[in-house]
Design a protein around this ligand. Structure first.
Ligand SMILES: [Cu+2]
Length: 192
């Protein structure tokens, strides 16, 4: 029990029964309200740390859950997934706007005899993006990372993200249209 775990003894064993007549507690000299107050403070001390934790958890849930539940998850290309020839620039226009903490899921099969290998790179700037120049690009997900439930990229920064497929020296980017730009907006700009 909470009270017995406390190191100091309670003011009176009868105090755990606030409904008991006050005459039995102190001969009727101490008003019941004082006994109740002592009891309350004892219990508050005993459970104080736990109560604080619970309160903090409740506050955290209230603050975090609505925020987290507002983040959306997008499978890049929807049913087409991450593949040669799909127009991802159109897809972005159709799906946007995107917000901070939304996530993009890249799904693609590992390379085999019949399927192109794909990957995800991030270009450093617009010029590299436009020319599909991969020299300074950063690898985001390799050819094996799009399998299963896909590779999830969470939009954490409010900057333009220049995504491209880096396969065949940029040919998937230039000829295959495997490129798109996402600049997430701040979550407070969300309409709903
Ligand atoms: Cu590709």
């Amino acid at each position: 029990m909470l009270v017995t775990s406390h190191k100091r003894p309670l003011p009176s064993s009868a105090a755990i029964w606030p409904s008991a007549p006050t005459t039995k507690l102190t001969g009727g000299r101490v008003p019941r309200v004082r006994v109740l107050r002592e009891l309350t403070s004892e219990i508050m001390e005993a459970v104080g740390s736990r109560a604080a934790l619970v309160a903090a958890a409740v506050v955290a849930l209230l603050v975090l859950v609505p925020e987290a539940s507002r983040a959306d998850r997008f499978v890049v290309g929807d049913a087409a997934r991450w593949t040669w020839g799909y127009n991802y620039t159109d897809w972005v226009i159709k799906k946007g706007p995107f917000f901070l903490n939304d996530s993009l899921v890249f799904m693609y099969d590992p390379p085999n005899a019949t399927v192109h290998a794909h990957s995800v790179y991030m270009m450093r700037n617009l010029a590299d993006y436009q020319s599909c120049n991969l020299k300074a690009a950063k690898l985001v997900a390799g050819v094996m990372q799009g399998t299963g439930s896909g590779f999830e990229f969470v939009l954490k920064k409010r900057k333009p993200h220049y995504f491209v497929c880096g396969e065949r020296n940029g040919i998937h980017c230039t000829m295959g249209q495997m490129k798109f730009i996402v600049k997430p907006k701040h979550s407070s700009c969300r309409d709903y």
